[in-house]
Design a protein around this ligand. Structure first.
Ligand code: B12
Length: 174
């Protein structure tokens, strides 16, 4: 049983517009992460929720009971992502599951996602960061050590990174 599950919060059944167009897309972001982890020896499961439902997704999370649950988050799917966070954090069987969020919407509501229960947020391309995270979390006896020693806290990051976040440098300048 792999202890890494990657998913996203998009359900075609909730999207009548897309049902008309019927050009659903493959979740490229988590597929890239999945391939990179496999390349580095970490077996993982990708649950593409597009043709599924929230009930089936939460049942799969419970079945796998992953050590790390990685979720792609964009502005269209964030409410489903919040619902999934709430489900994991309120299910005793999943108390060891660490929730890692990635994707374009994470940086826009960083504090709120953490307050809501996400354990780690990854901003930008996530392959290498996710490999570091699963390496850290998959070492069984890591329970209880101070994660803050491992994860940088935003306010302690070098100023240049903060500047990007504080709108002094707007994305369109790139
Ligand atoms: C191609 C594209 C699409 C494609 C599909 C992309 C796909 N298959 O994933 C299509 C055309 C279908 C699409 C649709 C939409 N898109 Co679009 N899209 C893009 C675009 C141009 C490139 C994204 C991409 O494929 N990147 C390549 C993959 C490999 O990278 P990635 O997905 O970013 O994933 C990397 C990181 O984000 C991170 N990561 C991702 N997931 C995870 C998970 C974890 C756990 C971790 C640790 C890291 C991580 O690591 C990944 C690998 O490096 C981006 C703009 C951009 N430059 O990013 C806009 C963009 C993502 N889209 C956007 C939007 C708004 C939409 C729509 C909502 C538009 C609409 N109104 O219909 C829909 C959403 C549909 C839905 N159901 O979710 C916005 C998202 C804004 C936001 N804050 O959420 C963007 C940023 C454009 C913009 N600037 O506004 N999109």
């Amino acid at each position: 049983m792999s202890s890494i599950l990657l998913t996203h919060g998009y359900f075609l059944c909730d999207d009548p517009k897309e049902q008309e167009i019927m050009k659903p897309y493959a979740p490229l972001g988590i597929l890239y992460i999945s391939a990179y982890l496999e390349e580095h020896g970490y077996e993982n499961t990708v649950f593409d929720s597009t043709f599924s439902s929230f009930e089936e997704l939460s049942a799969e999370v419970l079945r796998v009971a992953p050590r790390v649950l990685g979720i792609y988050t964009n502005l269209m799917t964030k409410l489903n992502v919040l619902r999934l966070i709430r489900y994991v954090k309120s299910t005793p069987e999943l108390k060891r599951t660490k929730i890692v969020l990635g994707g374009p919407e994470v940086k826009n509501h960083a504090e709120n996602f953490l307050k809501y229960g996400a354990d780690v947020l990854v901003v930008g391309e996530g392959e290498e960061t996710m490999l570091e995270l699963v390496t850290f979390y998959s070492a069984e006896n890591k329970d209880g050590i101070d994660e803050k020693k491992f994860f940088p806290v935003f306010q302690e990051l070098p100023f240049s990174i903060q500047k990007i976040k504080s709108k002094q440098v707007r994305p369109e300048h790139y």
